[in-house]
Design a protein around this ligand. Structure first.
Ligand code: MRU
Length: 339
């Protein structure tokens, strides 16, 4: 395979083929499976990651659970696959959105004869819809550039995190193509390094000039006055616009506020959770302490130490200048209950 032609996942011949993101950028390894349990493990281990992508993967996995299901126990099989996939990660709402879409199809189908294909078609629709949403987000997002800009981003929001070309990453990519981006700073994104391993991988493939920096370098960079804008993704957006994204995002929003730099979120509307009013209701995932005890396979601190390991933080909506969706750029104050 040409190294430029990577993909995050695709569904072919009744199998989900996915790129193992834990091995990037050193190795590009693809796994194939028709087992929903293997997909659940891949989501838990972050082999498959990024809010929209885990929703798509879980949808394909739930469909796969029905492929050879025994008619007598089909309800039980569906419910246990649904629960297993739902419990893989708690924060990104796209996971629950996609699983519930399939549940509606399951519950509303008159005959369970062809349920595998019905669910598979729904999963494909969700995938295709995300591709389209990524294109529209980038199109709408071009409006945030009023000059050729130096941009800072956090975590990974590209092809590796979505079904299409990305959210915040695609805004940057399309703006670069229009000569609106001069340079990108990519936060390394501790502890799993989605920025230094994955965003740098994607920026290099696109030929966009960039530097990787430790997360803690951001304040120093802002003090040079070099950053024109920050654009990042989201895992869940509450009705009032409070936004959960990768840990360290809130730090950037505070820095933007202090330095008067616009801070934008880019996300599909499937990331908006209208069932919750504010960010206080968002369940935050905590990672295993082992990720702090070890670095590159080596023990660096004793396992007896206490750790604090949130995978996401919540940025208060008043710090967010705009939320770029496939529909339009929403501006503060947000009220997604009315849209
Ligand atoms: O833990 P991860 O790598 O799944 O976290 C991903 C993020 O925080 C992304 O910014 C978010 O999911 C948006 S992806 C388009």
């Amino acid at each position: 395979m040409n190294s430029k032609e990577y993909f995050s996942l695709k569904f072919e011949n009744d199998e989900l083929i996915f790129l193992d993101q834990t091995k990037l950028p050193i190795e590009e390894i693809y796994h194939s499976t028709s087992d929903y349990e293997r997909v659940a493990e891949a989501i838990e281990k972050l082999e498959i990651r990024g809010a929209p992508l885990i929703g798509i993967a879980a949808a394909y996995a739930l469909a796969l659970s029905m492929k050879n299901a025994n008619k007598e126990s089909i309800n039980d099989t569906f419910n246990s696959a649904f629960e297993r996939l739902k419990n893989t990660r708690p924060t990104a709402v796209n996971l629950f959105f996609a699983l519930n879409e399939l549940k509606n199809v399951f519950q509303n189908s008159n005959t369970l004869n062809d349920i595998y294909n019905l669910l598979l078609n729904k999963a494909k629709d969700i995938h295709i819809d995300d591709i389209k949403k990524c294109e529209l987000i980038a199109e709408k997002g071009l409006k945030i550039f009023n000059k050729k800009s130096i941009v800072l981003t956090h975590c990974n929001t590209g092809k590796l995190a979505t079904g299409g070309e990305g959210t915040a990453f695609n805004v940057i990519k399309q703006a670069y193509k229009k000569d609106l981006v001069e340079f990108v700073y990519a936060d390394e994104t501790r502890p799993l390094l989605q920025g230094s391993r994955l965003t740098s991988f994607e920026l290099e493939k696109e030929g966009i000039p960039f530097a990787v920096q430790t997360d803690s370098s951001a304040a120093s960079l802002f003090s040079t006055g070099k950053i024109d804008l920050v654009v990042v993704g989201a895992d869940r957006i509450a009705s009032n616009g409070d936004t959960a994204n990768k840990i360290g995002t809130y730090n950037l929003a505070v820095l933007c506020s202090f330095h008067n730099v616009p801070f934008y979120i880019a996300a599909p509307t499937t990331t908006i959770d209208k069932n919750i009013k504010t960010g206080n209701e968002i369940e935050i995932e905590y990672r295993n302490s082992e990720e702090l005890f070890n670095f590159k396979g080596h023990k660096i601190i004793p396992s007896k130490f206490n750790t604090y390991t949130p995978a996401f933080d919540v940025t208060p909506s008043k710090l967010i200048k705009g939320i770029i969706t496939e529909e339009k750029i929403y501006e503060y104050p947000y009220n997604f209950n009315n849209v």
